[in-house]
Design a protein around this ligand. Structure first.
Ligand SMILES: Cc1cc2nc3c(=O)[nH]c(=O)nc-3n(C[C@H](O)[C@H](O)[C@H](O)COP(=O)(O)OP(=O)(O)OC[C@H]3O[C@@H](n4cnc5c(N)ncnc54)[C@H](O)[C@@H]3O)c2cc1C
Length: 444
């Protein structure tokens, strides 16, 4: 069986990439080792900066129908009880979507699968595990195991969207550069009416011992509580430790039903390249961040939106395959320069606020943000820098990525210039410009 594109991994990034490609007439097959979409307590909040791309892909409306809009983030200091709320709508000058969207990543996958049913050029093969990938120069070969035996598929291009332990990445000989955090996160889903006890929809509980992200997942009382544990914590007695934690943080709440939990190691890592010959990487296969900011899947979605545009341009002869090297350079750059530093900073504030002077400075900065809409907009626009300059939408008539007429051109210019100024780096500046130019020339 030969396909234009074979995608290893039917997680949210693999599926979104498939939808972007299918919409542009590319033949694509997704290989997923599980028999269905997997359910784990993972991503649930999607930054406003990615919503325009998802709207153009045609899935935002369904996401908002099944999930809900988040308009505010709330910082709570555990020991003093201070509450600082940041209103996200401050970015309404720069986007038509001045809010985050909340829903489980498994629901996003299910929505994308429904949309993929409209495209006969897209196939999903469940129970199909990628064992090995080989680049033969003129084509790539994927060896899979299925319940009916082993098979080989060939493709013009292989996309590894097969998560943190990506076999595709390993086959391409690509290193995951960076480090692993010593502590681990415990993510739990609970059924409980935390709203009735005064909790906001999205809370950062700031404390060196009991720091947590506590956020509503569904309108009918499912909540996520994610807290941190020291290095070396074992799976044994994890459930007991979870209940100890709830007793400390929710002392007056008895009616908690623990639905799902999992512990995760956290990393700040990025692939040394997201393109090797005919093999491309996206999502967690390419980069990993601690999830405090919710930038993991958001970055992966931005990879998916950019990659489906650039790769279909190459396949349709509108761009040379060099644009895929630029995809790799740009996505790695924004991950290293935006996702990692800002996620690390938020993790420090929420989970490691031991230094009281520094905490007071952090809190003062947050208090100031509540008073200045302009400063708040500046702070909240960090996620926009995760976008690749020149990122295009996934509609059938590709144009420069454009959340609202005139705004993006201004923002891109502004971001590109600021980026060049702040980093004093002509290389970054010229890469941004050439990628943007290449994208606009080939796709318009
Ligand atoms: C506690 C927690 C909270 C998070 N919260 C957020 C958040 O709010 N916002 C956000 O943006 N991000 C968040 N993230 C990060 C987010 O979950 C990941 O970035 C996201 O899952 C990446 O999607 P993916 O499709 O790249 O990889 P995955 O979701 O890991 O999907 C990979 C898929 O590939 C399949 N696969 C793997 N190997 C093979 C193989 N050999 N053959 C075939 N199939 C294979 C897997 O079964 C899986 O379906 C959070 C993460 C955690 C742990």
């Amino acid at each position: 069986m030969h396909q234009q594109v074979v995608i290893a991994g039917g997680g949210p990034v693999g599926l979104i990439t498939a939808l972007g490609l299918a919409k542009q007439g590319v033949d694509v097959v997704v290989l997923e080792r599980h028999p269905h979409v997997i359910q784990e307590p993972r991503a649930m909040t999607y930054h406003w900066a990615v919503l325009d791309g998802l709207a153009k892909l045609g899935i935002l409306q369904d996401m908002e129908t099944e999930g809900f809009r988040l308009h505010e983030m709330c910082y709570r200091v555990y020991h003093t009880g201070e509450i600082i709320k940041l209103d996200i709508s401050a970015v309404d000058d720069i986007t038509a979507y001045p809010y985050a969207v909340v829903l489980g990543q498994d629901q996003i996958s299910s929505i994308v699968l429904r949309h993929l049913e409209n495209y006969p050029n897209a196939q999903i093969r469940w129970n199909t595990e990628v064992q090995r990938v080989e680049d033969h120069g003129d084509k790539a070969v994927v060896h899979v195991s299925t319940p009916n035996g082993n098979e080989q598929l060939t493709g013009d291009w292989i996309i590894g969207a097969d998560g943190a332990k990506s076999r595709t990445r390993q086959a391409a000989g690509v290193e995951l550069e960076g480090f692993t955090w010593p502590e681990q996160f415990v993510a739990t889903n609970i059924q409980c009416d935390l709203e009735a006890f005064g909790w906001d929809d999205c809370n950062y509980l700031v404390d060196p011992e009991y720091g947590a992200v506590i956020a509503k997942i569904t309108r009918d009382g499912l909540w996520r509580v994610t807290f941190s544990e020291p290095a070396g914590s074992t799976e044994q007695d994890l459930e007991d430790r979870i209940w100890d934690y709830y007793r400390q943080v929710f002392p007056n709440i008895n009616d908690i039903e623990l639905k799902l939990y999992s512990s995760y190691q956290m990393h700040q890592r990025v692939a040394s390249s997201m393109r090797v010959g005919r093999i491309l990487l996206a999502g967690d296969a390419a980069h990993l961040t601690n999830p405090t900011n919710g930038f993991g899947l958001v970055s992966g979605m931005m990879d998916a939106l950019t990659l489906s545009q650039t790769l279909s341009a190459v396949i349709h002869g509108k761009a040379s395959d060099e644009i895929l090297d630029q995809y790799s350079d740009e996505r790695r750059r924004v991950f290293n320069e935006v996702a990692t530093p800002s996620s690390t900073e938020t993790k420090r504030l929420v989970f490691h606020s031991e230094d009281s002077d520094r905490l007071e400075k952090d809190l003062q900065r947050l208090r100031n943000l509540t008073r200045s809409r302009k400063e708040r907009a500046k702070q909240l626009s960090i996620g926009q820098q995760l976008l690749t300059p020149g990122q295009t939408n996934s509609s059938s008539s590709p144009k420069i990525y454009q959340p609202r007429e005139g705004i993006v051109a201004r923002n891109l210019r502004h971001n590109t210039l600021r980026c060049a100024r702040e980093l004093s780096s002509w290389r970054v500046f010229s890469n941004c410009c050439s990628f943007r130019l290449a994208m606009s020339q080939t796709l318009s």
